[in-house]
Ligand binder design. Structure first.
Ligand code: ATP
Ligand code: MG
Length: 404
């Protein structure tokens, strides 16, 4: 049966990709599927290129190997092999249809039917496929939805959600990136009534999707809709959706942790542990809570003092959270990093016995240095050390020589 493509991109958009050409030489029937076709049609940068083939997985692997392409059996049970061409990985999956679903995982069977494979995908804009010659196949009306910026489930939204509740969160991932039109009534109702099923998802999955939603250039409308339908409360009740728009209004960067910091009403550690954020993400949330807000009226001395004690990026992030002006951020970015120029050995060198006194004296000099705007150089700090330790400045000068 010959299929008729919905449209033909001319010239074929990926013709210049030599790694992909090697794969197509080995598997001429393979098509690029999913997000890559969607993003190519929109003219957006394409991240990963995934392919599908009508061959069974072992035949796929054999054809690739025969062409000298390295194959990693990444998910053979699901029908996926990874081909490595020009040091890039391409996931190639045998066409599938769902046999059984349980709310998250599906039992699949392999098929040679491109339409069946398209129909098991989540959204029409994600169900397009493109052959080597630039022919785009559309079994679900994805091209129209793409041009209308409409995120629409393939098939009946309620049934598709009941097959896999992750699709609720995926809806908001794609809605916040590609959707301008609001969901139709059936989709709204399916999203709303599916929320109890979100409890089946692992914390890692939930956070992975939430982070993606909050990485979109402008997630305000999507997050508001999540809250309106009860989805946000189901997965992250400690996030206040109303706090996102003000952050967005001052032009803050599309940074998911900064956005969480703005929306978070509870303890960052509790939130981070519940949703299993990475240690790095958790630590940053805690620092964003504990870093002081640089004041609008701060002098350069005051800003240098802050820079001596806190991370520059955290201070800049605090100005976003307080919706401070760009000038404050520019000043924070431009000031050189103040570095306290004395060490414990400088205190020992002037004859202070090792012990708690060394640390106390050093801290006291550092306080003096901070009070002066963190500008005093090593010479002046050594002089202050001598003064505070009640030794003649000369021995401080000797200490200086020893260090050099
Ligand atoms: P992104 O640019 O965010 O990676 P993507 O479209 O590539 O977008 P993936 O999560 O990488 O999204 O999934 C790849 C493709 O697999 C999707 O485009 C969709 O066709 C299909 N897919 C992935 N997860 C599901 C799911 N839970 N239910 C149905 N189809 C899915
Ligand atoms: Mg992807």
């Amino acid at each position: 049966m010959t299929e008729i493509p919905a449209l033909r991109l001319d010239p074929p958009p990926l013709a210049g990709d030599t790694a992909l050409a090697q794969i197509w030489d080995a598997l001429p029937e393979a098509r690029v599927v999913g997000g890559a076709v969607r993003d190519l049609l929109l003219g957006r940068p394409v991240a990963d290129i995934d392919l599908a083939t009508s061959r069974p997985p072992d035949a796929t692997a054999a054809a690739l190997r025969a062409a000298g392409i390295r194959v990693v059996p990444t998910g053979v049970a699901h029908g996926t092999v990874t081909a490595i061409a020009n040091h890039r990985g391409f996931e190639i999956t045998t066409l599938r249809r769902d046999v059984e679903t349980d709310g998250r995982h599906a039992v699949v069977e392999f098929t040679e039917d491109w339409r069946a494979d398209a129909l098991r995908r989540d959204f029409t804009i994600n169900s397009l496929s493109m052959a080597r010659d630039g022919s785009v196949y559309d079994y679900t009306g994805g091209i129209d939805d793409l041009s209308a910026a409409r995120v629409r489930f393939v098939g009946d939204p309620a049934s598709r959600i009941a097959e896999d509740y992750l699709r609720i969160l995926r809806y908001f991932r794609f809605q916040s990136r590609y959707g301008h039109s609001p969901p139709d009534p059936a989709t709204r109702e399916a999203l709303r009534s599916g929320t109890p099923g979100l409890a089946r998802l692992s914390a890692e999955r939930v956070w992975m999707e939430l982070r993606r939603i909050l990485s979109a250039p402008d997630p305000v409308a999507g997050v508001a809709l999540m809250a309106e339908l009860g989805v946000l409360q189901a997965v992250a009740p400690e996030l206040d959706p109303a706090r996102l728009a003000p952050l967005q209004a001052v032009g803050a960067p599309p940074d998911p942790i900064l956005r969480v910091a703005a929306m978070l009403t509870g303890d960052p550690i509790v939130f981070a542990e519940r949703l299993k954020l990475s240690n790095e993400e958790r630590d940053r949330l805690v620092r964003l809570r504990d870093t002081p807000t640089p004041e609008l009226s701060a002098t350069d001395d005051a800003l240098r003092r802050l820079l001596a004690d806190y991370q520059r990026q955290d201070l800049i992030d605090r100005t976003w959270l307080s919706r401070g002006p760009d000038t404050l951020r520019h000043r924070l970015a431009a000031l050189p990093q103040p570095i306290f120029p004395l060490f414990g050995k400088d205190v020992l060198a002037i004859g202070v016995d090792s012990g708690p006194a060394v640390g106390l004296l050093l801290r006291s000099i550092r306080d003096w240095w901070l009070a002066g705007g963190a500008v005093a150089d090593r010479q002046s700090c050594l002089a202050e050390l001598a003064r505070q330790a009640c030794v003649p400045p000369a021995s401080a000068q000797d200490a200086e020589k020893e260090v050099r």
